[in-house]
Design a protein. Sequence first.
Length: 453
Amino acid sequence: MRLSSYFLPVLKETPAEAQVVSHRLMLRAGMIKQQAAGIYSWLPLGFKVLRKLENIIHEEQIKAGHIPIQMPILQSADLWRESGRYDDYGQEMLRIKDRQDRDLLYTPTAEEMVTDIFRSHVSSYKDLPLTLYQIQWKFRDEIRPRFGIMRGREFYMKDGYNFDLTKEDALHSYNRHLVSYLKTYERMGLQAIPMRADSGPIGGDNTHEFLVLAETGESEVFYDSKVTDLTFGDRDIDYNDKAACQSILDEFTSLYARTDETHDPKLFAQLPNDRQKSARGIEVGQIFYFGTKYSEAMGAYVADDEGSKMPVHMGSHGIGVSRLIGAIIEASHDENGIIWPEGVTPFHCGIVNLKQGDEEAEEACEALYNSLSVLGLEPLYDDRNERAGGKFATMDLIGLPWRLTVGPRGLKNGVVELTNRKTGVSEEIPPEKAVEKIAHVYRAVKVGDFLFN
Ligand code: 5CA
């Protein structure tokens, strides 16, 4: 993409209404625009990051054997009356009437609808296990929307639902989700710690939240410092292997990590003093097992091998896709702007032409642009007639992991400058070496090899 023909409405001023750094930077980098309290348009740069996160989520969900679907945003109130949640959900549910005076609602989650799909089409245990998921907009009429897209009213969520014959099978689905979520967050450059939590309006008593530690987090958490040493790395997980999935749950959750609601002071006190930590966390996902709560209420039964009808065991699993962008920025920025992890960056590399109009510099920039594009990478070429200082400031603000700086002086010596956004380290190398290096980095993070379709 050439910046002269892109739409990147960066702001010079720091917006006064934004209380947290991720909100400020998203506004300044022209990623989002507020349209009403807690409701945002996604401008090109923000929309691109959203799509990157979606692709990672789809890829990891499909690897775990889960099947993508899409359910409508507006749902009939009658379906929600069957589970009792039309009345129970309270003021967070946005209720709507159509022209025939029928009650509809804007989906805050989708347990009822997916259970309806299941009961209409599945009647035998032979069709189990089954996990369906979607990535879809949700609405919750939050009393206090804040921190930009981190606590919005309209927000983007991956929501998945498992159907299993037995509790044991459903707990395996729970563990499988936990493992796939750990992989997903790690690919986004995040460490998200699973902690036992409260289930709220979803129900059930088996639930974990995934928390990214950050000063601006809304939950206070107490944890064993050892949990932050755990990384998932390149482990190859067989998702059908129940024991393997269980052992990962045990490894990542055995260390008394607690949210404030379920914090057990006695267990925490047993830890050595230097391992007792408290911090704030941003909740970027939550998984639930709630047994037969919805299947019994709504008649989702299957015949087992002896022909008796059993209510299916279910759970649901959510990732806050739009919130994650805020969490990633909270965890990765400096005073000059965002620092995107390589796995989610909107463009792979920036190209700054120090002297627009100089024939040689322009040719070199075009050549770099083409070589990177041919390799399947997306460069953002700042080809505007602007001062170098302004170009650098924009590149730092929007946070691309790598920047190529091209100018007549370097070109005389056959080099361009390659700068790493995170470390600030620059090196002068021949253009083809720079392309090779960038390509090598992105091959290692496996970006762009998956297209959800
Ligand atoms: N039905 C279950 C799983 S699909 C469910 O709704 N879970 S949830 O309530 O925990 O939501 C899933 C994730 O959505 C949360 O972990 C959080 O990351 C995100 N989320 C929830 N509310 C908001 C909000 N108001 N703004 C942005 N993200 C939100």
